[in-house]
Design a protein around this ligand. Structure first.
Ligand code: URA
Length: 255
């Protein structure tokens, strides 16, 4: 593998910055100063240092991202900002989001360059649990909850797999977003009505159908006002990450 690719994969800097770093003599391979970015190295056996510190090859990368509303779960988009744009401090080459959250959905999104892991997590056969916080405009009845728990029909070939859900008390943190997104829907005393009085649920599903949660609520005559994913499999959204923030994680945090 080329030395500059090795260092770029390790997230040291972009390829063009690396050229300068290498030309400046800051990188050593097996204790010899490396001058050529195209130099071939063996990532398994050669020892590489930058400014004297060892560089360990880290090919696969994983980031936990708290997606804010307003950006799209894609690597490129002509009209909207993408989730990848939030990782501009990183070497974003090869990174992609695992699955999609709607543009107006917030919360946990895994971003990686690990294709096989992505395939496994999204495989309909694997039924990876995904938990969301929902704030809806109308409370679900006991019958609605029972329907969702049995597997609600949302107009696809097959009903959804059984979901688990429960009503929760939700703090006021996301209310600003609902207010902004739906303020035209609210009555004049809307802000008052809005103040914590909308029903909130925690719901866990095992599939990833298009707009699944919104359609499940719609099938019960209720509209989702706010949606946030808080976990996917064993990965839980870190409460310390504000919307738009991300952190590096390890494979062991995910599976
Ligand atoms: N269900 C939805 O309706 N939207 C999402 O973004 C995720 C799940």
């Amino acid at each position: 593998m080329r030395l500059d690719k090795f260092l770029a994969d390790c997230d040291i800097a972009t390829r063009s910055e690396l050229k300068k770093i290498i030309k400046a003599g800051r990188v050593k391979v097996n204790d010899e100063i490396a001058k050529d970015p195209a130099m071939k190295i063996n990532e398994g056996s050669d020892s590489v240092t930058l400014d004297g510190a060892p560089v360990t090859y880290e090919k696969l990368r994983y980031f936990m991202f708290n997606k804010p509303a307003g950006c799209v779960s894609a690597t490129r988009d002509k009209l909207s900002e993408t989730v990848i744009a939030y990782l501009k401090e990183e070497n974003i080459k090869g990174l992609f989001p695992v699955g999609r959250l709607d543009k107006d959905t917030e919360g946990l999104l895994l971003i990686t360059n690990d294709g096989p892991l992505c395939h496994d997590l999204l495989s309909p056969k694997k039924h990876v649990d995904k938990t969301y916080i929902v704030i809806a405009d109308k409370a679900l009845s006991d019958k609605d909850i029972e329907l969702m728990e049995k597997g609600i029909d949302i107009g696809d070939d097959k009903p959804c797999l059984p979901a688990s859900l429960g009503k929760i008390a939700y703090d006021s943190q996301p209310m600003t977003y609902i207010l902004d997104a739906h303020k035209d829907d609210l009555s004049e005393d809307g802000e008052e009505v809005f103040n914590g009085s909308y029903p909130a649920y925690s719901i866990t599903i095992h599939e990833g159908r298009f707009h699944q949660i919104k359609r499940m609520f719609e099938a019960c005559g209720s509209r989702v006002l706010y949606l946030k994913r808080i976990s996917m499999g064993k990965l839980k959204l870190d409460d310390n990450l504000a919307p738009g923030e991300y952190k590096k994680i390890n494979l062991e945090d995910i599976i």
